[in-house]
Every structure is written in C-alpha cells, then in structure tokens.
Design a protein around this ligand. Structure first.
Ligand SMILES: [Zn+2]
Length: 311
C-alpha cells in the first residue's frame, strides 16, 4: 500500500528519475517532432497539441470542463480577473517513448533539471514548462478526464499566467489543494489524503517538519532541498489552513498582491516578513495555529480509520 501510494505521489512531485536512457539522446531512428506553438488546436479554454494520435471530442470537452472549474476555483480564492486570451496548453504524446524523448531532448535540457533526477527513475506523469507555457504529458494520462497530477499542473499554468512572484509553498500548496478539492475525491484520493495527514502527524511528533520560516521563504532551490514528500504535504496543509477562513484567505490575496511588480533590483520582501506583518499575531501565532491544524487533521483521519467508521 505504502509502496503504491509512494508511486502515485511520486508523479505528483516533480521527481525526475532515471530511465536508463534518462539523459541519453533520443534513440537512433526515433524522429523527434518539431514542436511549435502552432501545434495547439482548439477553441476552448484548453488547447491541445496531440502527437501521434487523435484526441477524441469527448476527452476535449471533459478536460475543458475540469479546467474551467479549476480556473473558477482559483478566481474565487484569489479574486483575479482572467487574463484576456488566457488558454491552458497541453501537449500530449501518443507514446511513452516519444514523451520521454521529447522531455529530455527539448524540455529538461539544463543541468538543474537533470540534477533533479538524481539517479531516480523518471516517473513524472506530466509537468508544466513555464518558459513554453505548456503542460507536457502523454496519452495514457488522459483517459477521458484529468487526474490529480494534471490538475496540479493546470493549476501551475493558471497561477503562472496571473502572477509574477509566487512563493514556492504557495505555488505547490495551492496546486495540490485545488487538484484534490476539485472533484469529490475517489477512494484512492481519500486514501492518499489520509496517508498524507498521517505522515504530517508523524513528522510533527518527530519534530521533523520543515520550520515555518524555512518553508515560507524557500526559493525553488531551497524548496527542492527539503524532502519532497514533506515539502509538498506541509505546503498543502498550510494553504488549506489559510483558505479555510475568509480573513486568512484575504491575507493570502494581500500577500500575493504585494509581491507583484517586484524586479531583480527590488525583489519582494521575504514571505515570512510579510506574514509577520499581515497575520494577526504574526509568524509565531501562525506557526501555533498550523501545528494545531495538523493535530486536528491527523486526529480526524484516525477517527475515520477506526473499524466501523470507515465507509
Ligand atoms: Zn507542482
């Protein structure tokens, strides 16, 4: 069970890996398509570039429906107006080998990406490429609906189009939150969330959760330096806490708004300093509230787990 959960969580985290040919060039004889933004077709919110297969209109409609709902959820939490002309672009490869070849030849081409693989198997179901502003995945991830991984990535596309500066915990925490909150969760998703609460409780007991300040201020490198399972679960729980009340939600909006327009010369304030000023009681109070939130989430999970309580 744990192994299975890890395998599924593994694809949510950007956890690049090794396929023996991970960083190797495309196999001889495999012709890589030339990819351009003109590949994207469709008049809906989501535009697709399908390589090597035809996307059905049913899938097109179903994915558009999910992403529309996802966008509306983001708007209701963050209160932004959708940027004119905004589209979510999804590039889908018909075969897994074309997907991995394109990944390593065209998208994950720099040292940082490859270092992130750190010798682990490549098991990423899909990812968002900020530079190209597209989600890259393969056919099997689109069985007529969007799973949590692609909803997470679509969340990145939505946030990237509307904000320049987003702290990592908020970027990943919100993507996880919306990916799970969008649909009534199925048994697998429920199990994953229970597992996540249990892990958070264990880390809390062991005093091995990331420190709040460290989590709030982590830049992409710093975020990657935290154990990914902890970084994502902690960010998810913190975001969930902050959108559970309207006062906290407004604080998150203010925090995000205040960061926009920053430049290299005048970078945004540390997120922990923002919280210190914006959250009633400051950072210490938020930390105490977050710890209590985890205790509560974990105990509710344990209730559900008691024999007879579980549906
Ligand atoms: Zn992400």
């Amino acid at each position: 069970m744990i192994a299975m959960l890890r395998a599924v969580l593994g694809v949510l985290l950007v956890m690049p890996g090794t396929l023996a040919n991970a960083a190797a060039p495309a196999k001889a004889g495999t012709r890589l398509p030339t990819l351009t933004e003109w590949d994207f077709k469709g008049s809906g919110l989501v535009q697709f570039a399908a390589h090597g297969f035809a996307l059905t209109s049913t899938t097109d409609a179903a994915v558009n429906h999910s992403v529309r709902q996802l966008l509306e959820r983001h708007q209701s939490v963050f209160g932004f107006q959708t940027r004119v002309g905004f589209r979510v672009r999804m590039r889908l490869f018909g075969s897994y080998s074309d997907y991995t070849n394109a990944t390593f030849s065209l998208f994950w081409t720099n040292d940082l990406d490859r270092r992130a693989l750190a010798g682990r198997p490549f098991n990423v179901a899909g990812y968002y490429v900020p530079k190209a502003k597209e989600i890259v995945t393969w056919r099997q991830q689109m069985p007529g609906f969007l799973g949590t991984t692609l909803l997470h990535e679509a969340g990145h596309a939505i946030m990237d189009a509307h904000y320049d500066s987003i702290p990592m915990w908020l970027l990943e925490g919100s993507a996880e939150y919306f990916a799970y909150a969008l649909h009534p969760p199925g048994e697998l998703q429920q199990r994953m969330l229970r597992h996540r609460w249990t892990r958070l409780g264990e880390w809390q007991q062991a005093k091995s959760l990331p420190r709040l300040t460290e989590l709030l201020n982590a830049d992409p490198m710093g975020f990657r330096a935290i154990d990914p399972e902890k970084a994502y679960a902690a960010s998810w729980s913190l975001f969930q806490l902050l959108v559970a009340s309207d006062a906290n939600r407004r604080m998150v909006v203010k925090l995000l708004t205040d960061r926009q327009g920053a430049t290299r010369r005048s970078p945004p304030e540390d997120c922990s300093a923002q919280i210190e000023n914006l959250y009633p009681g400051g950072l210490a109070k938020l930390d105490a509230t977050w710890q209590a939130w985890i205790v509560r989430g974990t105990s509710v999970t344990n209730e559900v787990r008691k024999p007879g309580n579980r549906k």
